[in-house]
Design a protein around this ligand. Sequence first.
Ligand SMILES: [Zn+2]
Length: 168
Amino acid sequence: MDNQKKYVIPFTGLKEGKHVFVFTENEEFFDAYNYDYVENVKFTATVNLHKMSTMMILDLILTGHYTAQCDRCGDDLIQDFENEDRLFFKFGEGESDDETIVFLDQSEYEINFADYIYEYFVTSVVLSHIHQEGDCNKEVLKRIEELRVKDIENESNPMWDKLKGLKK
Ligand SMILES: [Zn+2]
């Protein structure tokens, strides 16, 4: 995972204060994660790390775009995303139910930010992708509408069936 190496920050060597790391990536980043739900991903991850004597505060800003299929017409659409999150890394042993708090005991000396960036990206992917009104593939929409009308025509009309029943 050579590509991931640059994400591994040996935090013990950092001076107290603020540090900024900026990573710009395409979808090769996801090779390590078997992630292929969306395509053509491009993102910039800005990692703001504030180191103090007892903890570090991580502010992660993730911006970019990816390609997904429209749920209405099936054509590609480009989805922008922007996500900002904060994590606390506390030095020492401990446990927390709060998933924004991570404890780093004495044996730890580096953090792989790729994993955090990956998680934030996954939560940035919206569940439903639909073109803006008017941007859908009109040919496809027309065909879907035609099929829908045909379906209704083929459906038996319960009222009509009832009348037929009475006639018998
Ligand atoms: Zn569409």
